[in-house]
Ligand binder design. Structure first.
Ligand SMILES: Cc1cc2nc3c(=O)[nH]c(=O)nc-3n(C[C@H](O)[C@H](O)[C@H](O)COP(=O)(O)O)c2cc1C
Length: 354
């Protein structure tokens, strides 16, 4: 058996393999409600052999959406619409996860299909954004610094969204603390200039994430929780891999089960060079320094590369994004390429198996 096709268990949930679908915004929801597109989009990866399918950044409150077309879990209509989508993923043998998110100062932006960039004005259906400090992301509208009551509300919103996610059938929850969104904005000294108990020291900057995590684990007892971090801001004076490892350890001690290691997104002046596996070393470092299980992600585009990442003990699983978009049956192809015997090739498609 290959490493990639060895199951992995998170609490009571066994994932059939370690080739997972990374969360990917589709900018195709209506009032936060997922549509037929989301159903077909996510179900196809489960048919295609994915282990865990993580649904896109799904806002815990309306003001937490990246764009007006983001999915949400802040009301029951959204929860009800997710349920058949989750059932489709699960009936195809994959584990269904969802990324719970709040975009903070990077909310209320135009979707990539709009042909426009930057913040959506109120007159165009946008809203005023919130953040740890009133510091804008380059080119976006200035956010309002959250007061403590506002922070408390964010925590409650994460818990309510977690409850709705579980009611819809999601088996794994991922907290989005990466890519410059609200939880990451609190972690990074470049976006967090607060002088209260949510800013300054690492402990203070991590407080919102850890509170949200605890609220989510209380709201969804026993449900595995993944935290996605950007392990560096790729910018001077920013959040880095050592801080990521420390906070990952704290999060693990408070009930997080797994860590999804990405990078960047906090500031426009980030300096990074992408290439095959460009974030693998960050994942390996967090895994080693924090002693926690992680997945690597980022331009790991073929089965042999994914297998190598696991064989080198750099990570415990691999997520891919764009490769699944290029080939929704990537999982079946990967098993074939590695010579892994899997029993979840869809019977309807068996005549195509080589
Ligand atoms: C269309 C698209 C949408 C994305 N949306 C999200 C998202 O909702 N949440 C997130 O954490 N990352 C998002 N990402 C980043 C991916 O999850 C992934 O980390 C990134 O694409 C690198 O992996 P890849 O090289 O395998 O695509 C998105 C990427 C793409 C291509």
């Amino acid at each position: 058996m290959t490493r990639l096709f060895t199951p992995l268990t998170l609490r009571d949930v066994t994932v059939r393999n370690r080739l997972w679908v990374s969360p990917m915004c589709q900018y195709s929801a209506v009032d936060g409600v997922p549509q037929e597109w989301h159903h077909t989009h996510l179900a196809q990866f489960a048919s295609g052999g994915a282990g865990l399918v993580v649904a896109e950044a799904t806002a815990v409150s309306p003001e937490g959406r990246i764009s007006p077309e983001d999915t949400g879990l802040w009301n029951d209509e959204q929860g009800d619409a997710w349920a058949p989508i989750v059932a489709a993923i699960r009936s195809r043998g994959a584990v269904a996860g969802v990324q719970l998110a709040h975009a903070g100062r990077k909310a209320s932006t135009w979707s990539p299909f709009s042909g426009r960039r930057g913040s959506v004005a109120a007159t165009d259906g946008g809203w005023s954004t919130v953040a740890p400090s009133a510091i804008a992301f380059d080119g976006y509208a200035e956010p309002v610094a959250l007061d403590v009551a506002g922070i408390d509300r964010v925590v409650v919103d994460f818990a309510s969204a977690a409850r709705r996610a579980v009611a819809a059938g999601f088996q794994v929850l991922e907290l989005h603390a990466a890519h410059g969104y609200l939880l990451h904005q609190f972690l990074s000294p470049l976006s967090n200039r607060r002088d209260d108990e949510y800013g300054g020291s690492l402990e203070n900057r991590a407080r919102l994430l850890l509170r949200a995590l605890e609220a989510v684990t209380d709201a969804a007892p026993g449900v595995p929780v993944i935290v996605r971090f950007s392990a560096t801001d790729w910018a001077d004076g920013g959040w880095d891999a050592d801080e990521t490892a420390t906070v990952a350890r704290w999060a693990a001690d408070r009930g997080a089960d797994f860590f999804d290691i990405s990078s960047g997104g906090l500031v426009a002046h980030q300096k990074l060079t992408t290439g095959p596996g460009y974030q693998v070393a960050l994942a390996a470092r967090v895994r080693r320094e924090a002693g926690v299980p992680v997945n690597a992600v980022g331009m790991i585009d073929d089965a042999a590369h994914a297998e190598r990442v696991l064989a080198e003990d750099a990570a415990d699983a691999v997520m891919a994004g764009r490769e699944w978009l290029r080939d929704p049956h990537y999982g079946l192809r990967a098993a074939d390429e590695l010579g892994a015997e899997i029993d979840y090739w869809p019977k309807q498609y068996l005549r195509a198996r080589r």
